[in-house]
Design a protein. Structure first.
Length: 345
């Protein structure tokens, strides 16, 4: 099985890196570009079919390595692909929020029916909780795709550590899936690293968030309540912190929590002077900390409660510090840097 993981990962990386350029040319030919203007902060029209490369590079190697031997993975891949298709439609023609959430809930419900669900109360309540968690975190990861290389880096690091934990937990099939996802993101990063030549769009970001969230649920299923909660939060650390930072900031400033804005963690890191390439690298390092702690918990090196307390303390400090960065006033130093590509989510 280790050989299958390595082959799937290598194939995913090569396929993603090779498929992205022709998808970029296709997007330019069909004028499927994210244009600057209005509330958007990037300066040049940028194609956004990169998510298709990530989807294909994850699904094809995983299916080749596993076939349909694991019902859970088969359903997760089908549901994630459906969500990616929804994201692609939304990229081309914006969908109503209700339509998106309904479709995502149906996809999450299919995953729950396949046997993947949180085990907090060990009653029927766990299933609707799981659906809501999958939808929430899928969209939280989607919102991380707001700057060149940001979500690609977070996705690569999270999937790599999650895959390692799956191996430790004897979930080899999920290690194959997550290895493919990690290296599909890595191959895409060759084209999305600042300054980006292509965006992944909602198709890629929703796909990444859906796969990571469902896989994390599999790894914590059947564990104690403390282990379940800490595991779910640790594996989605950056997405959770970013969501809390944005919601609190917008409420404090009298803005709607659902409005768009360049007020995410990545934008705040830019505000304090980090370079366009330093920001995704920093996000990757931040992601690696809870990932390493989760792996240590899986190896029984660190008690889950200790890991949760440590990362909870770090999250509280980060949220407090990030709230202190002004993001609702003009930042001339940012506007004068032509190669930055930021998107308001």
């Amino acid at each position: 099985m280790n050989g299958a993981i390595a082959l799937a990962a290598a194939a995913a990386c090569l396929l993603s890196a090779a498929a992205t350029p022709p998808l970029r040319r296709l997007a330019l030919r069909w004028d499927l570009t994210d244009r600057p203007g209005g509330h958007k902060a990037h300066h040049h029209p940028t194609p956004y079919l990169g998510g298709i490369a990530i989807v294909l590079s994850t699904v094809v190697p995983t299916a080749a390595a596993l076939g349909f031997s694991d019902r859970r993975i088969t359903v997760i891949l089908l549901a994630a692909t459906a969500v990616a298709a929804l994201g692609l439609i939304d990229d081309v023609a914006s969908l109503p929020v209700v339509t998106r959430l309904t479709a995502e809930s149906l996809a999450a419900g299919g995953v729950v029916l396949s046997g993947v669900h949180i085990t907090l109360t060990h009653t029927w309540v766990d299933k609707p909780i799981t659906v809501m968690w999958i939808v929430l975190m899928t969209n939280s990861f989607n919102l991380l795709d707001n700057m060149d290389g940001a979500l690609g880096t977070v996705g690569t690091v999270t999937a790599a550590f999650l895959g390692g934990a799956a191996l430790v937990d004897s979930q080899q099939a999920f290690a194959v899936l997550l290895g493919a996802l990690a290296f599909a993101c890595l191959g895409f990063l060759a084209h999305n690293w600042p300054p980006a030549k292509i965006f992944m769009g909602d198709s890629g970001s929703l796909f990444i968030g859906f796969i990571l969230t469902c896989s994390a649920i599999v790894l914590v299923a059947g564990e104690s309540a403390v282990m379940t909660v800490s595991g779910l939060l640790l594996w989605t650390f950056v997405a959770v912190v970013d969501t809390i930072v944005v919601i609190v900031s917008r409420i404090r400033s009298g803005r709607s929590p659902l409005s768009g804005g360049t007020d995410h963690v990545s934008h705040r890191l830019r505000r304090i002077g980090l370079g366009a390439r330093t920001v995704p690298a920093t996000l990757g390092m931040i992601t690696a900390l809870p990932g390493a702690l989760c792996l240590a918990v899986a190896l029984s090196w660190v008690p889950p409660l200790t890991a949760a307390i440590v990362v909870g303390g770090i999250a509280t400090i980060l949220i407090s510090l990030l709230q202190g960065i002004s993001v609702y006033t003009p930042a001339p130093s940012l506007e004068n840097l032509p190669k930055i590509t930021e998107r308001r989510r």
